[in-house]
Design a protein around this ligand. Structure first.
Ligand code: ARG
Length: 262
């Protein structure tokens, strides 16, 4: 995670961002810290990335890399405003002693568009494209991460990253917004996850699907109440967090969290 010390909405690269709308950085920091403490309370470890002045989106750490089995696929950002974040992430992984840190050839926005389903050897990676990640990055991710990639095409600019339209709850369960995908990609997900939880437009519109699951607990934005109830019905424990300030940049809990699968 990266504290939102320099968080601001200074440019608009997704429809949630409105430069000029005031951002309360103190509140953003408090919300971010509550998210961090939620993970600590669940017994997870949280490492911090040093925030860099001039990179107001750096709080959205999920976009900086994808890590499976200790292998780090670095990011390459679509927009120049975020390009330098990729370097900071790679440096962090080098300093932390990760032996394989790959600088990618094609644009991929890390776990924004690459969602690991089951970190074990039988797992796959769901890979989004349409707005940010280059479709050619999908084969690159498969090669680097050593697992099959399922390509999915996003169609709604509000759900510009895959992690705004799909939440991976455990190895067999996702929650998703079908309307965010092409009909062909909807068919792919229906076939692979017949028991998927379908979110409604209201829950998706508060970035309810931008959730983090450890397989038992699901951290999700507070306003996504119907989704939280549906998740609880499936036997998971929903843990709502208020991320209203970070929503102004187009992100929720998942965006602020990069999972390091050692
Ligand atoms: N303002 C950031 C952007 O548009 C938000 C990134 C949200 N991150 C995510 N994993 N969906 O790039």
């Amino acid at each position: 995670m990266c504290p939102p010390v320099h968080f601001a909405v200074e440019y608009a690269i997704n429809p949630w961002m409105h430069p000029g709308v005031p951002v309360d950085r103190g509140l953003a920091l408090a919300q971010w810290d509550a998210l961090r403490r939620t993970y600590l309370g669940l017994g997870h470890r949280v490492d911090l990335l040093e925030p860099v002045p001039g990179l107001p989106d750096m709080v959205y750490a999920a976009n900086g890399a994808t890590v499976v089995g200790g292998v780090v696929l670095g990011a390459r950002f679509r927009h120049g405003e975020r390009a330098a974040e990729a370097v900071a992430h790679r440096e962090w992984f080098h300093a932390a002693g990760f032996p394989r840190v790959v600088e990618p050839q094609f644009v991929n926005e890390g776990e924004g568009d690459l969602l690991v389903v089951d970190p074990g050897p039988g797992g796959v990676v769901l890979a989004g494209t349409g707005f940010r990640t280059d479709p050619r990055a999908h084969a690159e991710a498969a090669a680097v991460l050593g697992r099959p990639v399922v390509s999915l095409e996003l169609v709604d600019p509000r759900y510009y990253h895959l992690d705004t339209a799909v939440a991976v709850l455990d190895a067999a369960t996702i929650a998703w917004l079908p309307e965010a995908f092409t009909p062909a990609s909807q068919a792919v997900l229906r076939e692979r996850f017949p028991d998927a939880l379908v979110a409604d437009m209201g829950d998706a519109a508060v970035l309810g699907l931008n959730a983090v699951s450890d397989g038992r607990h699901v951290v999700l934005p507070t306003p996504a109440t119907r989704l939280a109830a549906a998740i609880a019905e499936r036997g998971f424990t929903p843990l709502p967090v208020d991320m209203s300030e970070l929503l102004k940049g187009g992100g929720g809990p998942k965006c602020c969290t990069l999972e390091v699968r050692a």
